[in-house]
Design a protein around this ligand. Structure first.
Ligand SMILES: Cc1cc2nc3c(=O)[nH]c(=O)nc-3n(C[C@H](O)[C@H](O)[C@H](O)COP(=O)(O)O)c2cc1C
Length: 233
């Protein structure tokens, strides 16, 4: 709502309330304004007296009408704010990650940005999918983290073919790869250093923490507006 609209709105509201609660005074003001107006315009007109009841009803209707306009305007404003927030989010995502010439770092940045990705494994003949969040760049390889006690770990041990999918609201990525277990303490510690909250549940030497890097990976970025972009690493 602009300042001008607010001022006009408040004036109309005040007039409507004044007319409703002080009908006689309102009519007097109206009469003198009216005769003054006719005098200025040089019109010799006879002013008809308006009934106070009709004035009261008109002012009440005017008041209700103004309230409806106000509510509609505020709702519209809320919608605009939500749209702006969504637009801002979209621009930050596309601003920070350049998808023109993507590489492994772009894939890492994208997954980091999405925060949650979905990891699919195969159990016998059945696909299994779950949310994952850990992603780390270590020694020029892309790592994920899990616990050896989890079914996901057992499935990968049985069949290391995995697929990852994530969506940032604009672009989505699909990565097909082979997951390779890396039992080195330094690889696990690097992951845990990057996820301090995980350190409450996992230790690099607890025999449960597992990190796996993606081998023979093909990552494809998709969007509704651009041709898919493929990265192999
Ligand atoms: C947002 C989110 C992120 C997660 N990230 C991970 C992760 O990086 N590693 C992990 O082992 N589990 C993670 N989990 C938990 C797994 O999704 C959960 O343990 C799942 O059941 C594992 O799959 P499974 O039951 O087939 O073993 C995450 C859960 C959520 C909701």
């Amino acid at each position: 709502m602009t300042i001008f609209f607010k001022i006009v709105f408040l004036i109309f509201l005040a007039v409507a309330l004044f007319g409703f609660f002080f009908t006689e005074k309102f009519l007097n003001c109206f009469h003198s304004f009216n005769s003054w107006y006719y005098k200025i315009c040089g019109i010799d007109a006879q002013f008809k007296t308006i009934s106070p009841t009709i004035t009261k009803i008109s002012c009440l209707l005017g008041f209700i009408f103004l309230c409806v306009i106000y509510v509609a305007e505020v709702k519209d404003l809320d919608k605009q704010n939500l749209n702006t927030a969504a637009e801002e989010q979209k621009t930050t995502i596309t601003e920070t990650i350049n998808l023109e010439d993507p590489d492994m770092k772009t894939v890492y940045d994208f997954l980091k940005k999405c925060q949650t990705y979905y990891l699919a494994t195969v159990e016998n003949n059945q696909p299994r999918v779950r949310p994952f969040g850990t992603i780390d760049l270590f020694e020029d390889k892309l790592y994920i983290q899990t616990g050896k006690v989890k079914n996901v770990s057992k499935q990968i041990a049985q069949n290391p073919k995995i697929e990852i999918c994530a969506f940032d609201g604009n672009t989505w990525i699909r990565i097909e790869a082979t997951a390779v277990n890396d039992d080195r303490i330094e690889a696990k510690q690097h992951m845990l250093d990057n996820y301090p909250t995980l350190q409450k549940m996992y230790k690099a030497d607890d025999n449960n923490t597992q990190v796996l890097y993606l081998k023979d990976a093909t990552a494809t970025f998709y969007s509704f507006t651009q041709e898919p972009k493929v990265v192999k690493f």
